[in-house]
Ligand binder design. Structure first.
Ligand SMILES: Nc1ncnc2c1ncn2[C@@H]1O[C@H](COP(=O)(O)OP(=O)(O)OP(=O)(O)O)[C@@H](O)[C@H]1O
Ligand SMILES: [Mg+2]
Length: 287
């Protein structure tokens, strides 16, 4: 669906993307993760033809980006920043403009608003929407085109947990419909549960990639088994044959309440690899 090789981009003399390769298969949810300033938005802008790059090759739908036809572009949904929402216009009027630009029948507007749970707010001006509602309006806009490829730049940033779950459901529905999703997020839990594959971008370079579980297992340096006994005691045993007798004994005696292997979370791996704590949304907003 997307192939990139050796992508490089600088702003003035600052290199922001330094030799990125991508191979995103059709139908997957791909997550691009990275600390603030890593280059995630820049990379989306490059792949979607909004930003020129200095060297490398990118193909989308098997064609170089520069050769994509109008019809190809109409199958690509892009949701990033706040762009394209007209504050004074109602939800429905916003979608009408977008439907006309994309050549989508206006009959789809009502369905799209219902799909994102905005049917009752269809006549509200965009400026009166809450942050979560505004995000859902932006989603309605891209879902309306039934995209084959969908770019979502931090689609759940600043949303409450309920709205976030709602957005996750919409993303998974897109995948079920065969859409390929490219998303960025600072939320590692979100990436772990949504993404088939993630790439860790740091200072413009991909430092590792793979399925979230695969990455966590790869960086499991501790190789321990953590056991919580019904007595309240916690045990940490080696993850190996040397512990098998003890674990079997505790199991047979019915003493074990919980037992877990010690692989790190994606967030722990990320902090280890980037050497940086992931900024919380609050920290980013008030930086
Ligand atoms: N138009 C621009 N002109 C100059 N520098 C830019 C421009 N756009 C981005 N940059 C720089 O490129 C780097 C990467 O920025 P980018 O927005 O791609 O990061 P990001 O990973 O999306 O960050 P965040 O998680 O905060 O959204 C940053 O150092 C940023 O300052
Ligand atoms: Mg960004």
């Amino acid at each position: 669906m997307i192939k990139a090789k050796g992508i490089c981009k600088s702003f003035a003399d600052k290199k922001v993307i330094t030799g990125v390769d991508l191979d995103i298969k059709p139908g997957m949810i791909f997550g691009l993760l990275g600390p603030s300033g890593a280059g995630k938005t820049s990379l989306i802008r490059i792949i979607t033809g909004q930003l020129v790059f200095e060297s490398g090759e990118i193909s989308v739908f098997g064609k170089p980006v520069s050769e994509l036809s109008g019809e190809d572009k109409r199958q690509i949904g892009i949701m990033m920043d706040d762009h394209g929402v007209y504050d004074r216009l109602s939800c429905i009027e916003n979608l009408k403009i977008f439907a006309d630009i994309y050549g989508v029948p206006r009959s789809r507007i009502k369905t799209a608003l219902a799909q994102v749970g905005l049917a009752d707010a269809s006549k509200k001006p965009a400026m009166k929407l809450s942050k979560g509602m505004r995000t859902r309006l932006q989603l309605a806009r891209v879902l309306m085109i039934s995209p084959r490829l969908l770019f979502l730049d931090e689609p759940t940033s600043g949303l409450d947990p309920m709205t976030m779950k709602y957005v996750h459901k919409l993303i998974l529905e897109q995948k079920a419909n065969g859409c390929t999703v490219f998303l960025t997020t600072h939320n590692m839990e979100e990436a772990s549960c949504l993404c088939d594959e993630v790439a860790l971008l740091n200072e413009g370079k991909i430092i590792d990639r793979g399925a979230p579980g695969e990455i966590c297992r790869k960086y499991n340096h501790q190789k321990k088994v953590n056991i919580h006994l019904k007595s309240g005691e916690d045990l940490e045993l080696e993850h190996g044959a040397s512990s098998s007798g003890k674990i079997a004994e505790l199991m047979a005696q019915g003493q074990i309440e919980t037992i877990h292997s010690s692989e790190p979370t994606l967030e722990t791996v990320f902090i280890e690899l980037t050497g940086r704590k992931l900024e919380s949304e609050e920290e980013i907003r008030y930086a």
